[in-house]
Ligand binder design. Structure first.
Ligand code: SAM
Length: 235
């Protein structure tokens, strides 16, 4: 475990270097397309207001940015997409080349390349689990949000129902095999399963948010707790 955490930074980068080319198709295959519904739920809960600035951290190929702009009344709204992996962002830039107002910036959640008190929303979708330091990432989220700004995290979480948990655990064992078939690599998907198992549960993440000064912290479970969306405010 200790060795795993020490190697985590290099490991995570290696993982996304291997999968970025097939990331979107694998996402659809592994979740049977349900990741789209989870992401839509995030945007519905956020209900983007007019002229609000978003920082989408661990943006990957830009799913959240696209949904945010599509659901905003101002299509020229300012938006920062931040990720340490250039391959993932390149895929996103190509896919969203019509969305000229997205600023793609290389950076990590633990040290955001953004000014303090500059954003109305912060989102991190399936990214917090990959960061090396959750507390540092949360304190950076707090720093860049304006007073009155809102934090949202969509992440794998802990399943509430024992039978569903059993089915999901069995299904999880197939994921590295799907990865081998589609991407030609098993390891990144073994990392994915391990990182989900080792991630904090719903209440623990809420506690970490509160520890990092967020208020009115709450979460909603989706698909029986396979994923949860957490929300918190900066005052
Ligand atoms: C599973 S993908 C999620 C992409 C996208 N947000 C989505 O929901 O489809 C995780 C992303 O986290 C990024 N990542 C890894 N370590 C990170 C860090 N320390 N800070 C920010 N992003 C990181 C990876 O490069 C990758 O693009």
């Amino acid at each position: 475990m200790q060795q795993y955490l020490q190697n985590k930074k290099g490991l995570v980068q290696g993982v996304f270097d291997k999968v970025y080319d097939k990331y979107d198709i694998m996402n659809d295959l592994m979740s049977l397309g349900v990741h789209r519904i989870w992401k839509r739920n995030l945007i519905n809960w956020m209900n983007p207001g007019k002229n609000k600035i978003l920082a989408d951290v661990a943006c990957g190929t830009g799913d959240i940015a696209k949904l945010f702009i599509d659901n905003s009344s101002n299509k020229n709204i300012e938006l920062f997409c931040i990720d340490p992996n250039e391959g993932m962002m390149k895929k996103g830039k190509n896919r969203l080349s019509n969305y000229k107002n997205i600023k793609w910036i290389k950076g990590s959640a633990e040290k955001l390349p953004l000014k303090s008190n500059s954003c109305d929303y912060y989102t991190i979708s399936f990214g917090l689990r990959n960061t090396k330091n959750i507390n540092k990432s949360l304190s950076e989220a707090y720093r860049v949000l304006k007073s009155g700004g809102r934090f949202f995290c969509l992440e794998f979480s802990k399943i509430q129902n024992l039978s569903l948990d059993l089915v999901y655990k069995r299904y999880s064992k197939l994921i590295p095999e799907i990865g081998k078939f589609v991407v030609g690599e098993k390891e990144p998907y073994e990392y994915l399963i391990k990182s989900i198992q080792e991630f904090v549960n719903q209440e623990e993440l809420k506690g970490l948010m509160e520890k990092n000064n967020f208020i009115k912290c709450e979460y909603r479970n989706f698909s029986g707790g396979i994923v949860a969306i957490h929300s918190g405010w900066k005052i």
